[in-house]
Design a protein around this ligand. Structure first.
Ligand code: AMP
Length: 398
């Protein structure tokens, strides 16, 4: 598959879809520009190549209506500061003037279009709307991994008008390569660490991973439903009592697939759901009455770290406990460190989907693991085995 880096883009109009859905404060200042930073390498590469860059992005949920509360103007101002240059603003992508603006850009100059979700055709994936968008570029580049699970006009449908001229941006390319390293090229043993609150929200992930991994390490609140299903005493721990059959089904499926499922052997429990709670450490199947398991215990940390130390490919989704409480963060932190250590010894590790990314950042482990995904919902859907339309629209052309 041809890559962006190989193209001659001098004077070409590149329609670039990014994820600039950043948080703003009351004065419209961007409070966290991680998502913009993530697409800067692509923007800079396009500038170096002399492309005319027309950026499409969404912001918030204006539900197909023009609502200036969701204008991308504040993001434009922030981008201008980051790049130290002015950015043209395209107010309405449906006007002929938008096409004129795209054509009159200097090579290397950038234009940002107003919030693409101001148009009802965007989220509906409307083909006619995609035709209008396609008029703004000669080449389409998708760098919005965070929106890759949406079959919207600007994230997927528009690619049909750029057959042979649709490419991943550098961020998207990195995300896809990291996923391939886990799922297609992953060296054995492959270990998935799955944690978080509920079994019900991770069930599709567990089922999808089953034929692809050697080990599944389970932690967090969801572990207690498994422990209960196996006859353990779990006190007041978070549990989905109606999901014990499902938990047993997963354990059986693991045996059939030759996958080893690792469950906690001990548990750090609290008398109340608070950082300052009185705590105890018990075996995982003997949580005291009135106590709730909020973290994996020290023996579990040791066992899980050993499995991770012997792994060559590691995927991590979901914390091992209530890491937001310092007194119950040890398990998540230790597992993050063990993944970091394994990565240093040559394993490939990918952290993705929601709270485990927050945990990695909280513990300053971003540089210890091999890859931290930027796409919460998109990553989760990929892990559940769903096709991501944003990726498929480009990959299926080649
Ligand atoms: P998820 O979004 O499903 O990955 O869940 C993440 C949330 O699960 C975090 O906010 C954790 O605090 C929470 N969590 C992890 N372990 C436990 C536990 N043992 N009991 C209750 N909540 C937990």
């Amino acid at each position: 598959m041809k890559k962006l880096i190989d193209l001659n883009l001098e004077g070409k109009r590149v329609l670039l879809r990014v994820d600039f859905n950043v948080p703003l404060d009351q004065d419209n200042n961007v409070t966290d520009d991680t998502r913009i930073q993530a697409s800067l390498p692509t923007i800079k590469l396009l500038k170096e190549k002399g492309a005319k860059i027309i950026i499409l992005a969404h912001f918030g949920r204006p539900k197909g209506l023009v609502n200036l509360e969701f204008s991308l103007q504040p993001v434009r101002a922030h981008l201008e500061k980051m790049l130290d240059e002015s950015v043209v603003f395209i107010q309405d992508v449906l006007q002929d003037t938008a096409v004129d603006q795209s054509l009159s850009l200097q090579n290397g100059q950038i234009a940002l279009c107003e919030n693409i979700r101001f148009y009802p055709g965007e989220e509906k994936g409307n083909p006619e709307f995609a035709v209008q968008l396609a008029k703004l570029g000669d080449i389409y580049v998708n760098d919005a991994f965070g929106a890759a699970h949406r079959e919207h006009a600007s994230t997927a449908v528009v690619a049909k008008h750029f057959v042979g001229n649709s490419f991943f941006g550098l961020l998207m390319d990195g995300e896809v390569a990291a996923l391939d390293k886990i799922f297609s090229e992953g060296q054995s043993p492959v270990t998935a660490v799955v944690g978080g609150a509920k079994v019900s929200s991770k069930i599709d992930i567990l089922k999808n991973l089953m034929p692809k991994v050697d080990n599944i390490i389970i932690g967090g609140g969801m572990a207690y439903t498994f422990l209960l299903a196996k006859g353990g005493k779990i006190g007041n721990s978070l549990v989905e009592a109606d999901k014990t059959d499902l938990a047993l089904e997963i354990l059986e499926e693991a045996i059939k697939n030759n996958v080893e499922i690792h469950l906690p052997v001990d548990s750090k429990n609290a008398a109340t759901f608070s950082n300052a709670a009185i705590s105890e450490i018990t075996t995982a199947d003997a949580v005291s009455d009135g106590f709730m398991g909020l973290d994996i215990g020290p023996k579990t940390i040791e066992l899980y770290s050993e499995v991770l130390g012997a792994s060559k490919t590691i995927l991590w989704n979901g914390p091992m406990g209530v890491f937001e409480f310092e007194n119950f963060s040890e398990g998540t932190k230790a597992i993050g460190k063990a993944i970091g250590k394994a990565s240093k010894s040559g394993a490939f590790s990918l952290v993705g989907g929601g709270d485990s990314v927050a945990a990695v950042k909280q513990f300053g482990l971003e540089d210890e693991v091999s890859y931290v995904s930027t796409g919460g919902g998109a990553m989760l859907e990929y892990l559940e085995g769903k096709v991501l339309p944003g990726i498929a629209a480009i990959r299926n052309q080649s």
